[in-house]
Design a protein around this ligand. Structure first.
Ligand code: ADE
Ligand code: ZN
Length: 348
């Protein structure tokens, strides 16, 4: 894990990656639960963890695919009980993000993971939101909150969750769809997404991570997703690529996640270059940083090392992320100006 205080920058590229102002659009807050905090909260809350030490937990993070990861990830989230636990989880992510010069972040949370255990919806949202407010004030880091429905649960459970979210309309900008993908097509959630849009939520969806290109079409056409989370399997459908390029639908790609979950055997085989060359609006994100060996900067560093992405690619990827964010135009403009100022001043 990167600690910027311990970094010995020997190459300008490392400095560039570290310092460039970034936006992150695909981060599950439950996926930012570091083993140290998991252990501490388990002790505080009297939860039994099937691990003896932090090192033990890290050793268990070898995943065959998305499902083997999700099984461990949902188990880890069980240590989160009260509002302060959600606050600390979110605050620890924001501190790491700020150290890596993330200027804006759009965070997913999975309320059903918690409400199914008897935790109140407001406990989750209020804990997260309080940390986001402190992040804006103390770290100068802006944020948006996106509520995801778990697609392995029923559409009616998702609808119930949407209703619980209505009193928090002002703090939640959009809804998304995550968890086990194959066998759980987006169209299953047509009605709940229709309702969410009527209530004024924006929509996004995980699609084409392990699932087929058809699920990306459904996310676009049925759920009217403004962004596709992952989306890397779009390359299997030329018509879909043409559509995504024409509409510049952003893809929130998570390279280290894709390797950890066996979507690509090795980072050197990732299709990020192909996606960029096709003219797609690609962004780089961490997904579940505590489980996948790294935060956003680590993703960029690994892409440079194993795929040879260069200054121009990194500039393009970070520019895409600010453009693809749910910020209002004036805020986007402010960040893009900051980004361009940094890039033109770098090395002078
Ligand atoms: N929940 C957390 N991370 C996820 C991922 N990569 N795909 C689907 N659901 C998730
Ligand atoms: Zn994800």
């Amino acid at each position: 894990m990167v600690d910027s205080n311990q970094h010995h920058f020997s190459q300008p590229m490392e400095v560039f990656i570290h310092r460039i102002p970034k936006a992150e659009l695909h981060i599950h807050i439950e996926g930012a639960l570091e083993p140290e905090l998991m252990f501490e909260l388990a002790a505080k809350n009297g939860c039994d963890l099937p691990f003896d030490s932090v090192a033990d937990i890290r050793q268990a993070y070898e995943f065959k695919d998305l499902q083997t990861f999700l099984d461990i990830y949902y188990q880890g989230a069980e240590v989160l009980l009260d509002e302060d636990d959600f606050y600390r989880l979110t605050w620890s992510y924001l501190q790491k993000a700020a150290e890596q010069n993330v200027r804006h972040t759009e965070i997913f949370f999975d309320p059903q993971t918690h409400t199914a255990r008897g935790i109140r919806f407001e406990t989750v949202v209020q804990g997260i939101q309080r940390a986001l407010t402190d992040g804006a004030r103390q770290l100068n880091l802006s944020s948006k909150l996106i509520m995801c429905f778990l697609r392995h649960l029923s559409a009616s459970d998702a609808m119930k969750t949407l209703r619980e979210a209505l009193p928090f309309r002002h703090t939640i900008i959009g809804v998304g769809l995550d968890s086990s993908e194959v066998g759980f097509p987006p169209e299953k959630f047509r009605t709940v997404f229709d309702q969410a849009r009527q209530e004024g939520f924006l929509t996004v969806a995980h699609a084409g991570e392990e699932g087929p290109a058809e699920y990306i079409w459904q996310a676009l056409k049925v759920l009217k997703a403004s962004r596709i989370d992952h989306g890397i399997r779009c390359v299997e459908d030329a018509g879909l690529v043409k559509y995504l390029v024409k509409k510049q639908v952003p893809l929130t790609v998570c390279p280290l996640s894709n390797v950890k979950l066996g979507v690509f055997d090795h980072l050197s085989r990732h299709n990020l270059h192909q996606l960029l060359e096709l003219g797609l609006c690609v962004t780089v994100n961490s997904d579940d940083p505590a489980y996948f060996d790294g935060y956003i900067e680590d993703n960029f560093q690994a892409l440079h090392e194993h795929l040879g992405i260069d200054f121009q690619d990194i500039y393009k990827l970070t520019r895409n992320a600010f453009q693809a964010s749910f910020l209002v135009p004036a805020e986007k403009k402010k960040y893009l100006k900051e980004l361009d100022g940094f890039v033109s001043g770098f090395g002078h």
